[in-house]
Write a protein that binds this ligand. Structure first.
Ligand code: 5GP
Length: 207
């Protein structure tokens, strides 16, 4: 399926919205997205990304990610099935947003959340300039390092790698329309929800 940017002549698409949420790992992005999906008074839905990385313990195929072998991922990429796909910075694995995930939601009038990295955000915004973008962070790099160390789940090497990736991501935060400092999950969810509801109100007032 070939998605076209929303236009006045494509009403099924124009009622839906695209939302990108990015941020360094350790900033609490996934928790915020999970809570946001539980209730915000908007028809939110999550685009499930495809990845070549192996599932982690507890992760469910087609719920957390669509886990694909590398050759299948490449085949689908060549077939033009991805809206964007990247070898995510510092990971060594490929990740991508399938057109089908987004198209189904938009056609249903849903607000589709893409939890993707900073490079993916740029590709999506180039194609859909109306995309609402949020960057979730937990302060500066020192705070992130403190969190990763307190969490105590990563080796020294892994912490160093995560911090390097985080520096790359933090360098892009000003390209996002909204930056959310996540020092309290409930407050962050409320802020994002408020912003989205305001945008919905604005859209219906201008209609
Ligand atoms: P993780 O492997 O920890 O679940 O995710 C690693 C990184 O990949 C995160 O920064 C996440 O935002 C990013 N990511 C997940 N899905 C996608 C996707 O579909 N496209 C892009 N560009 N990045 C993604």
């Amino acid at each position: 399926m070939n998605l076209k940017p929303p236009t006045a002549t494509s009403p099924a698409v124009s009622t839906g919205r695209m939302i990108v949420i990015s941020g360094p790992s350790g900033a609490g992005k996934s928790t915020v997205v999970r809570e946001l999906l539980k209730g915000c008074g908007l028809p939110l839905t999550l685009s499930v990304s495809a990845t070549t990385r192996a599932p982690r313990a507890g992760e469910v195929h087609e719920q957390d990610y669509i886990f694909l072998p590398r050759d299948e991922f490449d085949r689908r990429r060549r077939a033009g099935e991805f809206l964007e796909s990247k070898e995510v910075y510092g990971r060594g694995d490929w990740y991508g947003t399938l057109q089908s995930q987004v198209a189904a939601g938009l056609a249903d009038g849903k607000w589709v959340i893409l939890e993707i990295d900073v490079d993916g955000m740029q590709s999506v915004v180039e194609r859909y300039p109306e995309t609402i973008t949020f960057f979730i962070h937990c302060g500066d790099i020192d705070e992130l390092e403190r969190r990763l160390r307190t969490r105590n789940t990563d080796s020294e090497d892994a912490i160093r790698r995560r911090l390097e990736v985080a520096r790359h991501e933090l360098a892009y935060q000003n390209r996002y329309r909204y930056q959310i400092l996540n020092d309290d999950v409930d407050q962050s969810v409320r802020r994002i929800c408020d912003i989205l509801q305001q945008l919905q109100l604005g859209a219906s007032t201008n209609a």
